[in-house]
Design a binder for this molecule. Sequence first.
Ligand code: NAP
Ligand code: GDD
Length: 342
Amino acid sequence: MKKALITGITGQDGSYLAELLLSKGYEVHGLIRRASTFNTQRIEHLYVDPHDDDARLFLHYGDLSDGARLVSLLSRIHPDEVYNLAAQSHVRVSFDEPEHTGDTTGVGSIRMLEAVRLAGIETRFYQASSSEMFGASPPPQNEDTLFYPRSPYGAAKVYSYWVTKNYREAYGMFAVNGILFNHESPRRGETFVTRKITRAAARIKAGLENEVWLGNLDAIRDWGYAAEYVEGMWRMLQAETPDDYVLATGTGITVRDFLDEAFSRVGLDWHDHVRFDPRYLRPTEVDALIGDASKAEQKLGWKATVDGRALARLMVDADLEAIGYEGKPWHDVVDLRSWRAA
Ligand code: NAP
Ligand code: GDD
């Protein structure tokens, strides 16, 4: 049985990846942070009491800021594959907490790489790199595009990208960078723009609220479906030789387009509900990210099938369901409040 260690297992991607690896028969180990409240909601459905004989998911307390703990965990677990997904992953927040972002999203990666080296284990290493590294470089962006990060988050990811490449060259480690464009899902954190929009569309439709405050609506993003992207991560680690790959859909739409799609899904006009708050602007913005994933298609046979608009519909439907709606098309329900009361 293959063993994998996932950092960031409680996040959006970590939960989908854990699901995928368990379905492939792996023993999965996850690093989780100690918190005063439960932070494992996204993986609750996968959890089996570790005392049970058939348990294949094991969680360990740890933090990317604690290098010694990472060494001892890696020495003990001996994973065949390590997926380093943990990070302070919010771009806007990285302007508020630049030092913390540098410590986890940047230096955290070299702590993981160094822990693999010091533990003296043979393992394949995946680094969650980001299209945010391209920043101001115009689209379409691929593996050869110049990095020009526009945030402390983007700069920290560039550092992680290069140390991953360096450990591959310096120590012959099977270490790869997955340069992933934005990918979303019903499990997306509620403060990223897609989820903020789909959640608001559902709640406004249900009469639970009436407006949502947003920032820049002109930004273009290449939004794909997270469940498909974790398959690409896994394929990178099954390749014969280590290499870096872009994963993207190849189609970019604006935040405004995403709003259109999400609100029309529930028969609403977003202009009636969206308000502008400059708090959500970034000191420097990334205007347009549209990826060219042809290398991943050729070498890994990976291709995205869900684009940004389909994703908006899928996420709105899930958010409707989350507030009590049980899977019928929204137009079957004239007013969710009366439906819920019935
Ligand atoms: P996410 O939902 O924000 O999850 C981040 C994960 O990292 C959570 O499990 C979080 O734990 C954990 N974490 C944060 N700081 C940590 C620390 N100091 N030590 C240990 N764990 C820590 O992010 P995601 O969307 O799944 O993304 C996964 C990775 O891919 C991230 O590195 C992100 O930067 C990168 N990425 C994401 C996208 C995207 O569009 N989603 C695109 C490109 C790259 P808690 O649950 O306790 O907070
Ligand atoms: N979060 C947020 N909240 N973004 C907003 C809002 C708002 O109220 N209003 C407009 N936006 C705009 C942002 O300015 C940005 O241009 C765009 O919506 C997308 O913002 P996010 O959803 O926060 O994602 P991101 O593109 O900054 O970063 C995500 O994708 C990266 C890959 O390109 C994150 O998942 C990063 O971790 C990831 O690396």
